[in-house]
Design a protein around this ligand. Structure first.
Ligand code: FAD
Length: 434
């Protein structure tokens, strides 16, 4: 039995947990950070297809009851170990509808991480042409801000060209594991391969957590517990700790890829998501993106086997990603099931967004008969422990001393890159906890 005692125990090292841990250590608090995955950054397979199989839940074959494929990385840094590095400020409704003002924290994180679009020459010639075609069609794309900059890595862009989608090896893309490193340098105690099973509660107050580390029992006593295990992990942990409500309802920013082939060069070999467009009223976001080479035939084949045969033309494919502002529906249930049914409004929005993509792709030179959309998938499980429903605006649960800080607290689907919002929530919570 590994037994520890601390001021604050943080569960999960994604952007939520890493930020809270780093900020609290800076404020002089004793912090223990527990992460169920490993630090994969220096493994030979990091950033490769093999890596993506090894460090995602069920080798990326995690599906909801309705067949939506969920990509859930489990490693130090959480999903930022294989994200696209896109940054977007929180939606205005976070402050207007829920009273959560993150302006100051967002500005702080943007300055610290030098958030900015890639320089024009790195946005990809075909992606840029696609964005121009979108603007001509009436959908003004803008350069996508990134947690990625040439100044962060000497080998960047020459060696990698910012193509990475499975894990950044050169260091140009910021990863929440770096803020874990800073927390540890400041005195935090980190245990990887430490899976928390439940929060211990005595007399309505959190007293710590219990779980297993590398298979052996683990107990941490702490006056404050911050659960940051992500949109799927956090509700599961709270359910196992006796809280009713978390996990009822889920948002996903459900994602659709729309593809078409042109005679010219496509965007497959270019950096992902360099240009984006948001339609707040329409409830969707679009971005320039194509699945990585080896993943493409798998995803295309899920639409129909004959689509997989387009693999040899991957270099000519033009692609747009739709992120949908989906309604809260389904949930993450104690029996292990995940459900994410689309509502009639979701289907309507998705239909409109797909039609826009088809228009843009044709405008950009895609052959109309070649257009198709892959089945839905999800990379933003969220909204399972919602502000206003399961936690208050300080991210406190009904159990004293127990807080949640990650994508699960989003009160609605964010419909945009999540990480900047989560970093800001983490900074705000650390201030609250002092
Ligand atoms: C392929 C992909 C691309 C993406 N691209 C972008 C992008 O470009 N920009 C953007 O903003 N967002 C992007 N996202 C989404 C973003 O990365 C996630 O929404 C974000 O990382 C969620 O942060 P989090 O702190 O809520 O949880 P996570 O990042 O999921 O971290 C939770 C951590 O908790 C750990 N954990 C879970 N359960 C336990 C337990 N019981 N005990 C201990 N540890 C536990 C997990 O292993 C994990 O490391 C992308 C996601 C994916 C999958």
């Amino acid at each position: 039995m590994l037994e520890l005692e601390t001021d604050v125990v943080v569960v999960g090292s994604g952007p939520g947990g890493a930020t809270v841990a780093r900020e609290l250590v800076r404020r002089g608090r004793r912090v223990v950070l527990l992460e169920r995955g490993a630090d994969e950054r220096r493994r030979f397979y990091y950033g490769s297809y093999l890596g993506a199989l090894l460090y995602t839940d069920r080798a990326s074959l995690l599906f909801t009851d309705e067949g939506l494929n969920v990509v859930r990385p489990l490693m130090l840094g959480g999903a930022t170990g294989m994200y696209c590095g896109c940054a977007a400020p929180p939606p205005a409704w976070m402050k207007e509808r829920y009273g959560v003002d993150l302006d100051h924290e967002v500005a702080e994180a943007e300055a610290e991480l030098r958030v900015a679009p890639l320089p024009p020459e790195m946005r990809g010639a075909a992606s840029t042409r696609l964005a121009e075609a979108a603007s001509e069609a009436g959908f003004p794309f803008v350069p996508q801000a990134k947690f990625m900059s040439p100044g962060r890595a000497p080998r960047f862009p020459g060696a990698c060209g910012a193509h990475c989608m499975l894990g950044c090896r050169c260091g140009a893309k910021w990863n929440a594991a770096e803020w874990v490193d800073e927390a540890v340098a400041g005195g935090a105690v980190l245990h990887t391969r430490a899976r928390v099973d439940r929060v211990t509660v005595e007399g309505g107050r959190a007293t710590g957590v219990e779980g297993r580390r590398s298979g052996r029992p683990l107990r941490v006593r702490a006056g404050t517990v911050v659960v940051a295990a992500g949109g799927i992990g956090s509700p599961r942990l709270l359910q196992a700790s006796g809280l009713a409500g978390p996990g009822e309802g889920l948002t996903m920013d459900a994602t659709l890829m729309v593809y078409g082939f042109s005679r010219g060069r496509g965007i497959g070999g270019e950096p992902p998501m360099t240009w984006s467009y948001e339609d707040d009223a329409g409830g969707y976001m679009l971005s320039t993106l194509v699945d990585p080479w080896l993943l493409y035939p798998v995803m295309a084949g899920l639409e129909s086997p004959r689509r997989a045969l387009t693999w040899p033309r991957w270099r000519n494919v033009l692609g747009l990603m739709v992120k949908l502002k989906d309604d809260v529906s389904g949930g993450v249930f104690p029996d292990g099931r995940i459900s994410k049914p689309l509502t009639p409004r979701d289907r309507e929005r998705l239909g409109r967004a797909e039609a826009v993509c088809r228009r843009i792709l044709v405008q950009a030179g895609a052959e109309p008969h070649s257009l198709f959309a892959t089945p839905l998938r999800g990379t933003h499980p969220s909204g399972t422990v919602r502000i206003g429903t399961h936690v208050d605006t300080d991210l406190a649960t009904s159990v004293r001393g127990l807080y949640v800080c990650d994508a699960s607290v989003f009160p609605e689907a964010l419909d945009r890159p999540t990480v900047l919002t989560i970093l800001a929530l983490g900074k705000r919570l650390a201030k609250h906890l002092g």
